[in-house]
Design a protein around this ligand. Structure first.
Ligand code: 5AD
Ligand code: SF4
Length: 428
């Protein structure tokens, strides 16, 4: 979500005539697109803003902008201004699309200002986007979140769910496919499964949208992130299974493998419900690659609760796990929960989690040896092509004189070897 927001920021800067520079001491403007999902992200960005002080001293004309979800927290713009008086513009998540106007205003007046909107507004269409990820294009289908998981700050800083219209999304995807630059379109939303609920028309939902998008002609795959297990329907599983344009890689965050923790996280599903979903996905989509998000060290998490998470990892055989140490977020219910877990226990648990997952990934890779698999060839480094499977695994393919390989095309590859972090294959 943040990467795509940065692409929108870059689009607006390009509109104003700015060009990218690799060297920040050369910059006329520096925009920090912040994230506050965990404390570590905030600390990192604070340090980076602090680093700019010397640049600003050397170049009085440098414009410094801070935006993104960190600024949307109560009291944060004032804190930032106190800590870093050299910041020129602070804006929030609800007025990102106004940034171009704000920079123009600043260029006229040279007066620093904060502008944070309290509430979400109508969705702005036809934004300038400067796309940076090769072969993959991000497309927002909805904004905000209504779920209020007790650890999470997102609903407070990104507002309530609002969906883009089917025709607006379709137009954007059609143009991206027509451009022939993108092979994967990744639909973005905090909980894509509740797409369309706000229309209340009894017809528009996530599967309806997918069906409309899959009708677009062209050689592309549709992915989406993120979905919520409480809303992941059997209809959706069937749709992914039956439609060749649907990527078989599914990110389904579980957060914990303990029912009591899921309950106090307000996730509104049980481990049994989640396992049943995984069973259905594996049954209907045998080549599915499933990934998840896990939080360890949520307040009150016992050794037994954590063991439940480890068991779930083994049960699901994930091809990837994004594991996080629980981070207290101001204003969320979990901030006030008793039994906060000491950092050393959190660290031990995350290390164990990654050890288990590492073994699972190695086993899954070993199992691929000798198999053939479709890949997208994305780059060439020296005499190796770098390709990606639908599930995001990297395959290295040695150049051969008698085989012409074009970047951006799909090929069938036989996997010959599984190393720790990569697979070696040959085009057949
Ligand atoms: N602490 C740690 N991880 C968090 N996430 C969300 N909020 C927190 C928090 N307070 C994780 C969840 C979510 C992912 C995007 O970030 O696992 O799925
Ligand atoms: Fe946060 Fe939960 Fe919403 Fe995801 S579903 S953004 S974890 S509140």
């Amino acid at each position: 979500m943040n990467i795509h927001d940065s692409e929108k920021i870059a689009g607006m800067l390009k509109n104003l005539g700015y060009e990218e520079t690799e060297d920040k001491s050369n910059a006329d403007i520096i925009v920090f697109n912040t994230c506050c999902i965990r404390e570590s992200a905030e600390l990192k960005i604070m340090a980076k803003i602090g680093d700019i002080k010397a640049l600003k001293k050397a170049n009085k004309n440098l414009i410094v902008v801070v935006c993104g979800c960190m600024t949307q927290q109560k009291g944060m713009p004032e804190n930032l201004k106190k800590k870093f008086p050299f910041i020129n513009i602070i804006i929030g998540t609800h007025n990102l699309e106004e940034l171009q106007n704000y920079i123009e205003k600043y260029n006229k007046t040279h007066k620093s200002f904060n502008e944070i909107w309290e509430a979400e507004k109508q969705i702005v269409e036809n934004n300038a986007v400067y796309r940076t990820s090769n072969y993959n294009a991000w497309v927002n289908i909805m904004y905000g979140c209504n779920n209020f998981c007790t650890y999470c700050i997102v609903p407070y800083v990104r507002g309530r769910e609002r969906s883009r219209k089917v025709e607006d999304i379709k137009k954007e995807v059609e143009e991206l496919v027509k451009s022939n630059k993108y092979k994967t379109i990744t639909l973005l939303g905090q909980n894509v499964n509740s797409y369309g609920n706000d229309f209340k028309d009894g017809k528009t939902n996530f599967v309806y949208l997918l069906n409309e998008l899959c009708k677009i002609e062209g050689d592309f795959r549709l992915k989406f992130m993120t979905s919520h297990p409480k809303d992941f329907s059997l209809e959706l599983i069937d749709f992914i299974a039956s439609n060749p344009k649907m990527s078989k890689s599914i990110h389904l965050p579980v957060q914990s493998g303990s029912n009591s923790i899921l309950k106090i996280m307000n996730r509104r599903y049980t481990v049994e419900h989640y396992k049943n979903l995984i069973d259905q996905i594996k049954l209907k989509i045998p080549n599915a690659s499933i990934t998840t998000d896990i939080i360890v060290g949520f307040p009150g998490e016992t050794d037994e609760d954590f063991e439940g998470t480890c068991d779930l990892l083994k049960y699901c055989n994930y091809s990837g796990v994004f594991g996080f140490v629980y981070s207290k977020r101001k204003g969320t219910p979990a901030e006030k929960f008793e039994n906060q877990i000491p950092i050393n226990i959190k660290r031990q648990r995350i290390t164990k989690l990654f050890e288990i997952q590492h073994k699972i990934v190695k086993e899954l890779s070993d199992r691929l040896v000798g198999q053939t698999i479709e890949v997208l060839v994305e780059a060439k480094i020296n005499n190796f092509y770098i390709a990606k499977t639908d599930g995001g695994k990297t395959i290295k393919i040695k150049e051969e004189n008698n085989k012409e390989i074009n970047l951006g095309n799909y090929y069938i590859v036989k996997i010959n070897k599984a190393l720790t972090n990569e697979l070696i294959g040959e085009i057949i």
